[in-house]
Design a protein around this ligand. Structure first.
Ligand SMILES: N[C@@H](CCC(=O)N[C@@H](CS)C(=O)NCC(=O)O)C(=O)O
Length: 219
């Protein structure tokens, strides 16, 4: 980006999974941006001013010129397509990327977030986690999806084939949330995949490990 302040603004929170996904994509693509921290623990997203930015009161939100986007998957696929970076170049490849983004949102993300929230964030912050019954039901939902991902990655290397793509960063953030939870992963394919994504410079640039900072309070 030539001189001056970056045009892209990202409303984000350092310790929230969905904004980390977008920060990883921006780091992979080498895009400069202005980071606007919205502290979810202080309830800044419930502020009336933020409701004007996102009526659903969640992060991430990306502003770029006239384009105002919410939903991490929509933001990342836009960035991948616009910059032709780490994104399929064919219509068919793009459809497969969308397929895996939809799969992640429907069958993996919500379930992993809930486990992370209940087993990592809630014990560390005193906030309320989900009931044991809810966790059991979520783990039951998650198991078949994880089996599909494990086999897919073991066979292909990455989510869209042998090469890294932005869809991989999205899966890596979500699957990394299972660490230290009742859904802890013990499968070799996904474990090696997570190690490879964490070794990329984008992981440190986007502070991917910030999601692991929650430790139970000492009694
Ligand atoms: N599907 C959305 C999820 C957005 C979302 O739930 N963001 C969380 C942080 S990861 C949030 O802002 N939570 C605030 C709240 O639930 O009150 C995306 O992928 O962007």
């Amino acid at each position: 980006m030539a001189g001056g302040a970056p045009e892209l603004r990202l409303f984000s929170f350092r310790q929230a999974p969905s904004p980390v996904k977008v920060r990883l994509a921006l780091a992979e693509l080498g895009i400069e941006y202005e980071l606007i921290e919205v502290d979810l623990f202080r309830g800044e997203h419930t502020d009336r001013r933020f409701a004007k930015i996102n009526p659903f009161q969640r992060v991430p939100v990306m502003h770029w010129g006239d384009l105002k986007l919410t939903e991490s998957a929509a933001i990342i696929s836009y960035l991948g397509r616009r910059f032709q970076g780490y994104w399929p170049s064919t219509l068919e490849g793009d459809a497969i990327a969308t397929q895996w983004l939809s799969f992640e949102a429907a069958h993996v993300a919500r379930q992993c977030y809930l486990l992370w929230w209940s087993d990592r964030v809630a014990p560390a912050t005193g906030l309320k986690g989900a009931s044991d019954a809810r966790i059991t039901s979520v783990m039951r939902e998650l198991e078949p999806a994880l089996r599909v991902i494990e086999l897919h990655i073991a066979k292909n290397g990455y989510m869209l084939g042998p090469e890294f793509c932005l869809v991989d960063s999205i899966y890596a953030v979500t699957l990394s949330l299972l660490k230290g939870t009742r859904g802890e992963l013990r499968t070799p394919g996904i474990t090696s995949f997570l190690q490879r994504i964490r070794a990329r410079p984008s992981w440190a640039a986007a502070e991917g490990d910030a999601l692991q900072e929650f430790r139970p309070k000492k009694q």
